[in-house]
Design a protein around this ligand. Structure first.
Ligand code: FAD
Ligand code: NAI
Length: 465
């Protein structure tokens, strides 16, 4: 299989969860593989400044909040927490260091060459890195994404921060304004609210969390308000003026009306992410991006340039680490002549707030556009484990095709929704009906029984409501 006319069989650009996984799988399949990464550490956005550090701060701040807000006292544990923010940051950095080094170890173990530097195409089979050229039979673009800037607003990482700055704040802001009520805004807004900041989320749309089921979006807004976040929905930020350590934001109703101002000592800009293609030299290989700046591929992750492939955040689809990873495995298998497939209809998404919010498949709104549906909702309040654990908020919703009963979507708000949703993804991957889930024995007492009960409600009746 190895073609000695090239330095490598596969050269991957970017060592995020898409790129590093593609490189490891390619090497496992016997291909001579290199991975170019410009950061000093491997793991991309996810391990360095994304999934992992944000979860480290979410996990730690969740304990702090439970101690502070009476959740521990309710279980007979009287504590008065004292925040050691420096230590909290230290454990975040430790998690990142351990995991990024883990990828470096896996590269060594699998004999993947890490080429440290920025990659630019010279032609479709030649990539230059720090002035040195490397040839490869196949090049995989896995360059990921970066923060979408808000026009006219400068991110100084002190008063006005992006997600990277918001992970590293040296002290708890008194007033924090989050621009964008999406995943990053709600996760990082939750971290600093729990640690003592007054948090206001300004969202352009009428509801938080675009793309999620409407019931979930509405319930999430209620829960975040109950937790003390101020939500300004249907509102856009039209300007941010920074003077010293303070920012003044100008807000306008999205549908027109009078402007208002808001003071903050920290502003988080989290209005989305954009694909990274600048400086890659795509013009040298005749590859154009689409209107959203993404690289288009076919079902096999091949671009229209022979020998050039693309995966992860830089191509269309949800910007999620597990989607990038699965595409990484599939592209390597396709390059090796195998059949690598990703089912883009069954990609779970999880918001790691308290409680967690998760979904897979179609929303009720999307499902109804395609045909007649049956839905069923089961409240977590009626789930014995959630009730015992003092976790009453949320529900599970199952959406099934009215004629075939096939499950089209599952949405949950629950303490461990991110873990629960895996069951729904497997069921959907195997083409399950709601009856299949309803008649599958679920361990008691678990939060997952709520999925079974919601499924029971689609065609019959749940037991516990
Ligand atoms: P990336 O991880 O962005 O990696 C691309 C890499 O390519 C980067 O390291 C970059 O330095 C490198 N690169 C770019 N251009 C070049 C070049 N020319 N030469 C060399 N190297 C280059 N997703 C989840 O699924 N779950 C989560 O909990 C989650 N939390 C997140 C929290 C935050 C704060 C953020 C910002 C994102 C989060 N995400 C999460 C999204 C997730 O991080 C991305 O979907 C994922 O990292 C995409 O993987 P990727 O491999 O496509 O790209
Ligand atoms: P997002 O797309 O999730 O949310 C951005 C929000 O900002 C939207 O609701 C949008 O309507 C709003 N918005 C846009 N312009 C605005 C303006 N001018 N004023 C007010 N609101 C405005 O993007 P976000 O949160 O930045 O996250 C980027 C990506 O990172 C996500 O799409 C997600 O894929 C990924 N991510 C995933 C996580 C997870 O899986 N748990 C965690 C964090 C990020």
């Amino acid at each position: 299989m190895a073609d000695q006319t090239y330095d490598y069989d596969v050269l991957v650009i970017g060592a995020g969860p898409g790129g590093y996984v593609a490189a490891i799988r390619a090497a496992q399949l016997g291909l001579r593989t290199a991975c170019v990464e410009s950061r000093e550490t491997l793991g991309g956005t996810c391990l360095n400044v994304g999934c992992i550090p944000s979860k480290a701060m979410l996990h730690a701040s969740e304990y702090f909040d439970a101690a502070k807000n009476g959740a521990m006292a309710a279980m007979g544990i009287d504590v008065t927490p004292k925040l050691n923010l420096a230590k909290m940051h230290e454990q975040r950095k430790d998690a990142v260091e351990g995991l990024t080094k883990g990828v470096a170890f896996l590269f060594k173990k699998n004999k993947v060459d890490w080429l440290n530097g920025r990659a630019t195409f010279e032609d479709a089979h030649t990539v230059s890195v720090e002035g040195k050229s490397y040839t490869a039979k196949n090049v995989v673009i896995a360059t990921g994404s970066s923060v979408t800037p808000l026009p006219g607003v400068e991110i100084d990482q002190k008063v006005v921060v992006d997600s990277t700055g918001a992970l590293e704040l040296p002290k708890v802001p008194k007033k924090m304004v989050v621009i964008g009520g999406g995943v990053i805004g709600l996760e990082l807004g939750s971290v600093w609210r729990r640690l003592g900041a007054e948090v206001t989320v300004v969202e352009f749309l009428d509801q938080l969390l675009p793309g999620m089921d409407m019931d979930v979006r509405k319930e999430a807004a209620k829960i975040f308000k109950k937790q003390g976040m101020t939500l300004k929905l249907g509102t856009k930020v039209t300007g941010v003026a920074v003077k010293g350590a303070k920012a003044t934001l100008t807000l306008e109703p999205a549908k027109g009306g009078d402007a208002e101002t808001l003071e903050a000592d920290c502003v988080l800009v989290s209005i989305g992410r954009k694909p990274n293609t600048d400086g890659l030299g795509l013009e040298k290989i005749g590859l154009e991006t689409n209107q959203r700046g993404q690289i288009e591929t076919d079902h096999d992750f091949a671009t229209k340039v022979d020998g050039v492939w693309a995966i992860g955040d830089v191509i269309p689809g949800p910007m999620l680490a597990h989607k990038a990873e699965d595409e990484g495995i599939a592209v390597a298998e396709n390059i090796a002549g195998q059949t690598g497939i990703v089912n883009h209809d069954v990609i779970p998404s999880v918001v790691y707030t308290w409680p967690e919010i998760a979904g897979v498949g179609l929303t009720e709104e999307q499902a109804k556009e395609k045909g007649e549906v049956k839905t069923s909702k089961f409240p977590m309040l009626a789930n014995s484990r959630a009730k015992t654990n003092h976790e009453p908020d949320g529900f599970v919703k199952v959406i099934a095709d009215a004629k075939t009963d096939r499950v089209l979507g599952v949405w949950c708000i629950a303490a461990v929704a991110g873990t629960m949703i895996a069951e729904a993804a497997i069921a959907m991957e195997f083409g399950a009906t709601s009856e299949d889930i309803a008649y599958t024995c679920h361990a008691h007492p678990t939060h997952s029984e709520a999925i079974k009960e919601a499924a029971m409600g689609v065609t019959g009746k749940p037991i516990h409501i």
